[in-house]
Design a protein around this ligand. Structure first.
Ligand SMILES: [Zn+2]
Length: 146
């Protein structure tokens, strides 16, 4: 098998061995930690020099996504608080502008149902509402996720 490889390569035995060794060295050199760039030894599929580097790398990847998720959840939570206040106040058709002043962001919803033009239903968790250009109306609590 080995002899056949040498013969197929068309190289002399010593040149073949030299090349083989160089390739192996090169391969070894190429394996560096994805996080810190230090060389790694050991299993061929290892990508990090240590578990700390692995954690750091994963955190750096997940960080922005987690941050964004928390930001959106925060906005939805604020929307929910505003809608709850409206329900408790008994106001039937609050203006979007005044809701916005209270921190309501109408572009963030947890569910959207196209009923028909002007009757589309929006939800923030278990609070449902309809919306015109300027107001919310028909604000009510609904059972979650039918
Ligand atoms: Zn490392």
């Amino acid at each position: 098998m080995f002899a056949e490889k040498i013969w197929k390569s068309g190289l002399s035995f010593s040149t073949f061995l030299q090349k083989k060794e160089m390739n192996e060295q090169k391969h070894e050199e190429e394996r560096v930690c994805l996080n810190c760039g230090k060389p790694i030894s050991g299993r061929a599929d290892k990508r990090f020099c240590c578990s700390r580097c692995k954690n750091e790398w994963n955190n750096s990847l997940n960080g922005p996504a987690r941050h964004r998720r928390n930001r959106v959840l925060g906005i939805l939570d604020k929307n929910y608080q505003v809608l709850k206040m409206v329900l408790e106040s008994g106001e039937r058709a609050p203006e979007l502008a005044s809701l916005a002043d209270a921190g309501f962001r109408s572009e963030y919803v947890t569910e959207f149902r196209r009923i028909r033009r002007g009757r589309d239903e929006y939800r923030c968790f278990d609070i449902s509402y309809n919306k015109t250009e300027t107001r919310l109306y028909n604000i009510r609590r609904v059972p979650e996720l039918e």
